[in-house]
Design a protein around this ligand. Structure first.
Ligand code: RFL
Ligand code: PHB
Length: 391
């Protein structure tokens, strides 16, 4: 097969890149290791930044967000007996949207199918070749067991944290940074109306808790748990009891309504960055180049911001033989990546219990300042609602 851009990975980064390239008149083929149904069912992110929503709307992908998304003015930050609203709109002039990654993924698949764009699911043994040349290729075995090769002008590695693209960068000149955290999140999806109008981020001596949502009838909630937690140790009643305690059930009359749990899982925390995000004709975007702990709701938004930069860069490279944007891609993208790494680490450190009582007092001092000072609240608001793409 021949195309302009071979894209590895049909997550949000890969499918949105394919969409943005098509808008520039550039062809692509997407190769995905999983089955279409598996990719469609993955439950992940839930918050879109202002700049993500603007970008999606500008390329005809805003219909689902406008019909089924929920615009939020801000979030609640709380600790025992105190709950404070941080109003992003008045502090930073921007809102965020509750719109599940699952829904966005469905919108991207539908748009790709309607336009006849090619996505090859269930590919195995994906490998990248000749990245130092201007005719790189991607090989894989298709679902029928046949060997395949895609020749392209460039390869976009949108294959997440476990894909082959990250590792295809030569060791020489590559730098990585990482931070592991001693805790994870236990996340549930519950068929019950949210007990809050906007997200609640709760500091509690037992550990952090987050009340998020997907719709008027579906809630998404998380609990800080130690790394290595076995989900079998958390029957549904224990989860709801811990959520009620940490989220402050009964405080000032607030009630957490439990309901049937449709899905539950434990997700480990990690910060990771790889630089540069480009080698020759291979360009990394999204989780393949960087991951953040989910506390700042940045992972999906970073993937969107990366491909918003990458699509015009690849279009200029392929169509106009002009490499200026492609050459600038890694440095430009990494500025925002590190800003988001910082914010995600900061939110995580402020809200998760480390077990050290001195840390706990520092966290409470910081939470009081962030909620009482306009400068403190505005810093959180500006970062959470998201900086302009290209910042
Ligand atoms: P993805 O979504 O992981 O997609 C990568 C795709 O590549 C495929 N792949 C391969 N394809 C071909 N050949 C191979 N050898 C391959 N190996 C892998 C994979 O199957 C997959 O389909 O990466 P992408 O597109 O960069 O998107 C990143 C986001 O998915 C991720 O950052 C967010 O989900 C992170 N995240 C959140 N981000 C936010 O912005 N806001 C949030 O509220 C938020 N909450 C979350 C999250 C992530 C979570 N989990 C489970 C990781 C909540 C959770 C629970
Ligand atoms: C979610 O709804 O899944 C979600 C929301 C906010 C976060 C992380 C996850 O910070």
């Amino acid at each position: 097969m021949r195309t302009d851009i071979a894209i590895i990975g049909a997550g949000p980064a890969g499918l949105l890149l394919s969409h943005l390239l098509a808008a520039e008149g550039i062809e692509s083929i997407v190769v995905e290791s999983r089955a279409r149904e598996y990719v469609a069912a993955r439950i992940r992110a839930g918050i879109l930044e202002d700049s993500s929503v603007r970008l999606l709307r500008s390329v005809g992908l805003g219909g689902g967000i406008d019909a089924r998304g929920f615009e939020h003015r801000g979030i609640y930050l709380q600790w025992p007996w105190e709950r404070h609203h941080i109003d992003f709109v008045s502090l930073a002039g921007r809102s965020v949207w509750v719109y599940g990654q699952t829904q966005l993924q469905a919108d991207l698949v539908a748009a790709g199918e309607a336009a006849g764009r090619q996505v090859i699911y269930e590919a195995s043994g994906t490998a990248l070749h000749d990245l130092d040349s201007d005719h790189p290729s991607v090989t894989f075995t298709d679902a029928a067991g046949l060997p395949q090769r895609i020749e392209a002008a460039a390869v976009a590695g949108c294959d997440g944290k476990f894909g082959p693209s990250r590792a295809a960068m030569p060791d020489e000149g590559r730098e990585t940074w990482e931070r592991d955290y001693p805790y994870s999140w236990l996340g549930i999806l519950a068929d019950v109306a949210p007990s809050t109008d906007e997200l609640i981020y709760a500091w509690h001596p037992d550990g952090f808790a987050l009340h998020s949502m997907r719709s008027a009838t579906v809630s998404r909630l998380y609990l800080q748990v130690p790394s290595g937690t076995d989900i079998a140790d958390w029957p549904d009643d224990r989860i709801w009891d811990a959520l009620a305690t940490r989220l402050g059930h009964g405080q000032d009359g607030w009630q957490l309504t439990p309901g049937p749990i449709a899905e539950k899982s434990v997700l480990p925390f990690r910060s990771f960055v790889q630089s540069p995000m480009r080698h020759g004709r291979l360009f990394l975007a999204g989780d393949s180049a960087h991951t953040v702990p989910p506390t700042g709701a940045k992972g999906l938004n970073l993937a969107i911001a990366d491909v918003a930069l990458l699509a015009p860069a690849l279009a200029r490279l392929v169509r106009d033989k002009d490499s200026a944007l492609a050459d600038a891609y890694s440095a430009t993208a990494l500025r925002r990546v590190w800003r988001s790494e910082y914010f995600s680490w900061w939110m995580t450190s402020m809200l998760h219990i480390s077990g050290d009582p001195f840390d706990a007092q520092l966290q409470l001092a910081q939470l009081r300042w962030v909620t009482a000072s306009t400068a403190g609240a505005a810093g959180l608001a500006e970062n959470y609602a998201g900086l302009p793409i290209g910042f």
